[in-house]
Design a protein around this ligand. Sequence first.
Ligand code: SF4
Ligand code: SF4
Length: 170
Amino acid sequence: MRNSAMPNTPSITNNEDFSLCRACGGECCRTRPGIEAPARFLAAANPAEELARLLASGLWVLDRHYGVPYDPGKGETGDPDRIILYPRPATRRERAEGTLLVVPGAGECVLLGDEGCTLPFAERPRACQALEPASDFACTAAWTRFDAAREWRHHQDTVEGALALLDSRQ
Ligand code: SF4
Ligand code: SF4
């Protein structure tokens, strides 16, 4: 299942630790597929078309982030009514239902195989690459869904364009 993605953020060091993740049982991939950053799509000739292509595959969906992350220390203010959409691989249930939008609740990523993720490290979503396996399984990430929301808030036109493209093809 390596054909639905393209390389992104190749500068991130491969932090895979198969022995740790095997011992863990793959908790992250079984419960919350990682969010992808805008960079993958912005690198394409037509970002909205690239996002539409992934969503049309049935392997990706748009997740929702409620509110805008902000830093009061910088004088920023939030917007609790704003909803930011960002893409991630689908859960098995989302794929089975054929939805474009998130189905609430934990679920296993469709890209998880018997031997772990079926994508090469360089093709995984940004949040998956950022997750650092830890020996106590309290794994942390330097790039979270809040970072995803901060980045995607500036590219909601790409999301809207992808949805419009998919709508026009129905
Ligand atoms: S990254 Fe952490 S949570 Fe995910 S499978 Fe590995 S040890 Fe488990
Ligand atoms: S894309 Fe791969 S690493 Fe990310 S959640 Fe899915 S199976 Fe896990």
